[in-house]
Design a protein around this ligand. Structure first.
Ligand SMILES: *Cc1c(COP(=O)(O)O)cnc(C)c1O
Length: 749
């Protein structure tokens, strides 16, 4: 449902091998390619990591010459644009299509009709019941195709984005009776793909979102089946082999309706019986789980679901019925277990349960996350379907997130080890000997500094803050969320500020703390966190005693292109989620590839980064996932012990609400409540002391630039496991059973 693409011009030129020649050619006309690139709008059709992962997957699929395509929604408005006014987030609509979008090709001749509402009539034809959908609302789904260009290989795949349009036929029949009503109808229909919901890792139970889900899933499946029949024939024989030639992957539960929709098409449109349709459906579909946060698990009220999708509801009911019957056979009398596993229960449709039951593969996105899924969150399902569960650790495309966003570092790497790493990221390990090569270290450090200068220019334009390019750049950028613990970082900065105020000669290296990230518009705690960071920036950057030692800056409107500017300039990457809560993270990997040192909890893919780079090249702290889960299960933690037991903690917590920050006393009440009113649900105060120690270790390492630079180079050298080329190869072999389809053998550059 999300593809967070960012800009495509520069990346397409890189993949086509045309970047250098275009740069040169444009120079003759007095045009700077870098400047020209900024004219392109960011395609912000996603919230954060989940949507960006899908975009990275597309790049690796095409670059590995795999026949794999994307299917999504052409939102008229992508993720909102963030402005900061008086320290507060203000949301503006993202009008990314206003000047047209050069990469899309509208394909009206490939449009399909998606049917909503209405009623289902059953007839008996021969011996079999047939289901007829009547009085439905037809919505025309028109595809817009974007080319997905592989790196130096001739493969061009497709990202097909669906747009909702009122059916003209329907419009004219309507307008005979009531013109105004017809126009209103057109407006309502087209509303379906107007806007991306801005909640990340949080469920928004709005019916329009369910409508969006069925809209693009039905359109996508209708077009896949149509294409399949055109290629392989329309016979029942051919269709029974559907799963041998087609794999459909659902990115989280958002497209889980693909399961009942494929059942519907096979039964109602192609004449399959239930058993045959179910066999093909399960073998076709695979599912990735992205989160274990309970507030993010999708469920829809049954009556709402039934009213909007009456036929799909009938099919889900039957899937549930048959599944529960099997459970009963396996676990006779265990009502509680069966109720907990049912797809329909407590008047809700549970989408994660539907996804597990209706697919042949369920994967988590980092080793630790997949283990938690199997042992905790989905242990019942793992017992029942042990063969379905597996892990596919996330990645990022190193072509966008290293080669394209950090061309100087990329050139330095190629100078040292040759260009093979662009297509074989595992070759990056050849950099290891350079970690202790002082000339290489020196060059890498110079590049980091130049990247900081480029970032400093942007920041002074957008915030008026002058970034000290000689200071250690410590970066915390991602969606704002309690579990990502931006608050922990803010409290640590307050403590550092208090220490410098107490002792102006404190021995610390000058540091700039940079934050960026969007808060969901209704998420008050997240919005207060943004205000807190901006308040700290105001106080600290204007305090003559500390302003040259530490600085704080919040850069507005975090997006793919802003990430591409920030990450190459970063020294320290903040990955400090409450252990067990961040399924994988992918920002962590982008920083690693660009030679930042990570300070992190043992959560998500941080654990595997630690395994790859070794304990001497990463800074870890805090509770383990096991400890966190044990506290949640058995209790035994009291936040008052931290508050009263550590003067530093008491001071910073009190400073949130005692006027110290110069704002109203209630300004940060939600944050105070998060800490003290929920018994510190995210273990922010529990991890505080260990975090401060870790920050001090960073400080000490950075003082010795020889050590620091070797850590930085080692991070690049050992980042190759986190390329989506590795991730996609695993999906291709283990789950999708697809192989490269070579359209042009040999590489050209
Ligand atoms: C990579 C990326 C993310 C994901 O970051 P995490 O730190 O893994 O949460 C979010 N937004 C954008 C724009 C990104 O590029």
């Amino acid at each position: 449902m999300e593809f967070l693409l960012g800009r495509l011009l520069s990346n397409n030129l890189l993949n086509l091998g045309l970047k250098d020649i275009c740069e040169e050619g444009l120079k003759d006309f007095g045009i700077d390619l870098g400047e020209l690139e900024t004219v392109e709008p960011d395609a912000g059709l996603g919230n954060g990591g989940l949507g960006r992962l899908a975009a990275c997957f597309l790049d690796s699929l095409a670059s590995l010459q795999m026949p794999g395509h994307g299917c999504g929604i052409r939102y008229r408005h992508g993720l909102f644009e963030q402005k900061i006014v008086n320290g507060y987030q203000v949301e503006l609509p993202d009008n990314w299509l206003q000047d047209g979008y050069v990469w899309e090709v509208r394909k009206p001749e490939r449009a399909v009709i998606v049917k909503f509402g209405g009623n289902i009539r059953m007839e008996i034809k021969g011996k079999n019941p047939v289901f007829i959908h009547e009085n439905y609302e037809p919505v025309r789904a028109v595809p817009y195709d974007l080319p997905v260009v592989g790196y130096n290989c001739g493969t061009v795949n497709t990202l097909r984005l669906w747009s909702a349009e009122a059916d003209d036929f329907d419009f004219s029949s309507f307008s005979k009776g009531d013109y105004l009503k017809a126009v209103e109808h057109k407006y309502n229909v087209e509303n379906t793909t107007q806007v991306l919901y801005p909640e990340d890792s949080h469920l928004e139970g709005k019916i329009l979102r369910l409508k969006q889900q069925y809209f693009f899933v039905s359109a996508g499946l209708l077009s896949i089946v149509r294409r399949y029949k055109k290629t392989f024939g329309t016979t029942m024989e051919a269709l029974k082999k559907f799963h041998e030639r087609i794999a459909i992957h659902i990115n989280d539960t958002h497209p889980a309706l693909a399961i009942p929709e494929l059942m519907r098409i096979l039964m109602d449109e192609e004449g399959f019986g239930w058993e045959e349709a179910w066999d093909v459906t399960v073998k076709t579909i695979s599912y990735t789980n992205h989160t274990i946060l309970p507030e993010a698990l999708e469920k829809w009220p049954m009556d709402l679901f039934k009213g909007l999708l009456p036929r799909i509801y009938m099919i889900v009911e039957e899937i549930n019925e048959r599944f529960c019957k099997k459970l009963w056979e396996q676990y006779p009398g265990q009502w509680e277990r069966i109720r907990h596993m049912a797809i329909l229960s407590d008047n809700y449709v549970h989408m994660a349960h539907l996804s597990v039951v209706g697919s042949h593969s369920v994967n988590g996105v980092a080793k630790i996350h997949s283990e938690i899924l199997k042992k905790e969150v989905m242990s019942n399902f793992n017992q029942f379907y042990p063969h379905k569960f597996n892990n596919k650790t996330n990645g990022v495309t190193h072509r966008r997130w290293l080669a394209n966003c950090n061309p100087s570092l990329s050139a330095l790497i190629t100078e040292a080890i040759g260009p093979s790493w662009l297509t074989h990221p595992e070759d990056l390990t050849a950099l290891e000997p350079y970690a202790n090569d002082s000339s290489f270290q020196e060059k890498a450090a110079k590049i980091k500094r130049r990247n900081k200068e480029a970032l400093a220019n942007h920041i002074s334009d957008y915030t008026g803050v002058n970034l000290d390019v000689d200071s250690l750049l410590d970066v915390h950028v991602k969606r704002i969320h309690a579990y990502k613990r931006q608050v922990l970082n803010a409290l640590q900065i307050m403590d550092m500020y208090n220490r410098i105020r107490d002792n102006p000669n404190l021995d610390i290296v000058p540091r700039t703390f940079l934050f960026a990230g969007k808060a969901a518009p209704g998420y008050h705690l997240a919005k207060q966190t943004i205000k807190l960071v901006n308040t700290l920036a105001d106080i600290i950057n204007n305090d003559p005693i500390v302003k040259d030692r530490i600085k704080v800056v919040f850069v507005p409107n975090y997006s793919v292109s802003l990430a591409e500017l920030i990450i190459p300039a970063t020294n320290v990457s903040e990955q400090i989620s409450t252990a067990s809560k961040e399924a994988s993270g992918t920002g962590n990997m982008k920083f690693m590839m660009n030679g930042a040192v990570t300070i992190c909890t043992m959560d998500g893919a941080n654990v595997e980064m630690y395994e790859e780079v070794g304990e001497e090249n990463i800074i870890t702290f805090g509770l383990s996932a096991e400890q966190v889960i044990r506290y949640y299960t058995f209790g035994g933690y009291n936040v008052m012990d931290e508050y009263h037991g550590d003067q530093r903690i008491k001071t910073v917590v009190d400073q949130l609400v005692n006027g110290f920050l110069g704002t109203g006393y209630n300004e940060f009440s939600d944050i105070h409540h998060l800490l003290m009113g929920t018994n510190d649900e995210y273990f922010i105060l529990k991890d505080f002391s260990s975090y401060v120690d870790a920050q001090n270790r960073i400080n000490d390492f950075y003082k010795d630039q020889t050590i620091w630079r070797s850590m930085a180079v080692n991070n690049i050298a050992f980042s190759s496991r986190f390329s989506t080329d590795r991730t996609i190869s695993e999906y291709a072999i283990d789950i999708w059973k697809i192989k490269p389809l070579v359209v042009r053998s040999g590489r050209r550059f």
